[in-house]
Design a protein around this ligand. Structure first.
Ligand code: SF4
Length: 632
């Protein structure tokens, strides 16, 4: 499996030499074995991840905004010829003063593309743009108090905070290369970050950007970059990116990054076994991007060998990292020592919940193993009483929201909350007829106040407000804070929301964590997983679904697959998860056909059928539980 080059998927293209890019390096730092899979073209599950694609879109816009502040910046083209790209960068840097976008650095086989590289005489500013939110006011306050700032731990010896580790390692990697390429120059590392202490001065911020695609080597069109299309005056109104000097932070990780980069570079062509040095099979393997069952090549299967195929797998155990094995060991290493990865063989003696908390880790782990072994659901002692406490009208609610790096509306901060849709199913009494109501924003204004007002009109002051997770509670609290930020004087609305989140919300997710387990849940309590587990085994649920939704779903699918696609402008579109809803809303409000009423209606229909099923899901699960405890 050893090779000195990466083969091209296009017949006729010459293989290109392997290099260690910034993203290769960051991935190898997470787990060294990943470098082998990446360099050898193994399938990567992130390529089909809609949420990551949406974040990438936002990232390109932030980068374009950061670059727009350098009107004389020179955009360097780059492609498959890294040596040629690097030569062009070196030539451009001969100028005494120059600003380059996408400069290519190449030292040996380590390479980096720099977002913005500014040379002023003997000083080089290397600017890495990240669509990560940062509070410049808080950072400045801490630094003024001689504290370490937001990037470093608060206690000595100062280390980079884990949430900034990857971003700063990326920048440090570039600094290490520049030191070798441009010795004698002063290098200033800078992060350009989305600043949540600032607010947009314009509406429809995404409308000021053009997204640019490029044909990838596999023939598909991929998003390549974005351009800011506004004027200098517009740019002044969109002061949302702050550059911050991070020389101190980079210094704390410089030597480690330099040493690791050399090590990974030396392994670029090495066989798989050489990449395994220091690698441990661990709970994080569950979410490995190279876990691609069903694909011809599956990196996870190479790491785990025959243990990859255990069914049910111990990686499904709820919070496996906290699970104890016999004799003070940790469960996973204990099992791996005995060459087992089957959840059915997981040792349970050490799973003792010291405080008798039914929602505690050990209690849930024990419950999961026991229920899976016996193949029957667990119904806890409190579930029936919890359900019986739901008297009077019961409102099942679900919100759709988005938080984008660059906000839609004037006055909003980066990553500000937009609440664009709600759905409510109301039962006057459990088991009784259902009434459905919904609201979807259709106006290009900050919608959160209308969202809350329409919800108040729908569910009034009486009855439990049933949710799955604390998301709806957190969202209402955020709207309260936002109303103040926008200067809206609506005390009655604020009081109503406070009453909802302080007194009326009942969180079914908590019930699932403490008093319910079904073997099909595989350690998860996400509503979609719980629904799917029950759906497969409960014909009554499937019948109710058809009766209440008008759709028919197959027992082997999950009910969201029953939602029909809708053809919009010649393309069959579907929304079956939250990211899809955010993207559909974005298309409806800000897409190319935003002025076409018929197309808007179709996007709205997709959004409505999806959100409606979210609240119906809670009804279906609660009805299943009522049958399970003998109340229906
Ligand atoms: S399966 Fe685990 S060990 Fe293998 S590459 Fe993924 S995270 Fe690393």
């Amino acid at each position: 499996m050893t090779a000195a080059t990466v083969s091209s998927p296009n017949a006729g293209d010459a293989p290109r030499p392997r290099t260690l890019s910034k993203s290769d390096f960051i991935m190898a730092r997470e787990c060294a074995a990943k470098l082998y899979f990446r360099e050898n073209g193994y399938p990567d599950a992130r390529d089909s991840n809609a949420y990551l694609a949406m974040l990438a879109r936002g990232g390109y816009m932030v980068e374009a905004l950061a670059k727009a502040r350098y009107p004389n910046g020179i955009q360097l083209e780059y492609g498959r010829d890294v040596s040629g790209d690097a030569a062009r960068t070196r030539a451009a840097l001969e100028a005494p003063n120059v600003t380059l976008f996408e400069a290519t650095l190449l030292v040996g086989r380590r390479q980096a593309r720099v977002d913005i590289l500014e040379k002023r005489g003997d000083v080089l500013r290397v600017i890495e743009v990240k669509a990560k939110s940062f509070d410049s006011v808080e950072h400045a306050r801490q630094v003024a108090q001689n504290r370490s700032g937001v990037f470093l731990t608060q206690r000595r010896p100062y280390r980079v905070e884990s949430k900034w580790d990857g971003k700063l390692a990326d920048l440090t990697f570039q600094v290490v290369l520049l030191e070798q390429l441009m010795p004698g120059l002063t290098i200033q590392p800078v992060l350009a970050l989305v600043d949540k202490s600032k607010a947009a001065g314009l509406d429809n911020v995404p409308g000021y950007f053009e997204l640019v695609g490029r044909t990838a080597s596999d023939g598909t069109m991929r998003l390549h970059t974005a351009r800011f299309t506004g004027s200098a005056a517009d740019l002044a109104q969109l002061d949302l990116v702050t550059e911050v000097d991070v020389a101190r932070e980079v210094a704390t990780m410089h030597d480690q990054v330099a040493e690791l980069a050399l090590r990974f570079e030396s392994r670029l062509d090495a066989p798989f076994e050489a990449h395994l040095e220091g690698v441990e099979l661990a709970p994080y393997c569950k979410k490995c991007e190279f876990r691609t069952p069903g694909q011809p090549r599956n990196g996870f299967a190479e790491c785990w060998g025959d243990l990859a195929h255990a069914e049910p797998h111990v990686l499904e155990l709820y919070r496996l990292g906290t699970a104890k094995g016999p004799g003070g060991t940790r469960m996973l290493p204990y099992m791996l020592d005995r060459h087992s990865a089957s959840l059915l063989e997981a040792p349970t003696d050490a799973l003792v919940q010291a405080d008798h908390n039914p929602g505690g880790d050990a209690a849930r782990q024990l419950r999961q193993i026991d229920s899976t072994r016996r193949g029957v659901p667990y119904v806890g002692p409190a579930l029936r009483g919890n359900i019986e406490s739901l008297t009077g009208p019961v409102h099942f609610i679900d919100f759709e929201t988005s938080r984008l790096a660059l906000p839609y509306h004037r006055g909003m901060r980066p990553y500000g909350l937009v609440t664009f849709q709600w759905s409510v199913h109301t039962a006057l009494s459990l088991g009784g007829p259902l009434e459905h109501r919904e609201w979807l924003n259709n106006a290009d204004i900050w919608p959160n106040q209308s969202f809350a007002e329409s919800l108040r009109d729908a569910i009034g002051d009486d009855g439990a407000v049933v949710t799955w997770s604390h998301f709806e509670e957190t969202t209402l609290k955020q709207i309260v804070a936002d109303l103040e930020h926008f200067g809206r004087d609506v005390p009655e609305l604020v009081q109503w929301m406070a009453d909802v989140f302080e007194r009326r919300i009942v969180d079914l997710h908590q019930w699932a964590c403490r008093d319910y387990y079904h073997p099909g849940m595989r350690g998860s309590t996400s509503i979609k997983v719980v629904l799917e587990a029950l759906w497969r085994s409960d014909p009554i649920m499937r019948r109710q679904f058809t009766e209440w939704s008008g759709f028919a779903g197959a027992p082997a699918d999950d009910p969201y697959q029953a939602l029909p696609p809708i053809e919009i402008n010649g393309v069959r579109q579907e929304v079956r998860e939250g990211t899809g809803a955010m993207m559909a809303y974005q298309e409806m409000m800000y897409g190319e056909h935003k002025h076409d009423a018929a197309i808007r209606d179709r996007w709205a229909s997709l959004l409505r059928q999806y959100c409606r099923l979210d609240t119906l899901s809670m009804v279906l699960i609660l009805e299943h539980w009522r049958r399970a405890v003998g109340l229906a």
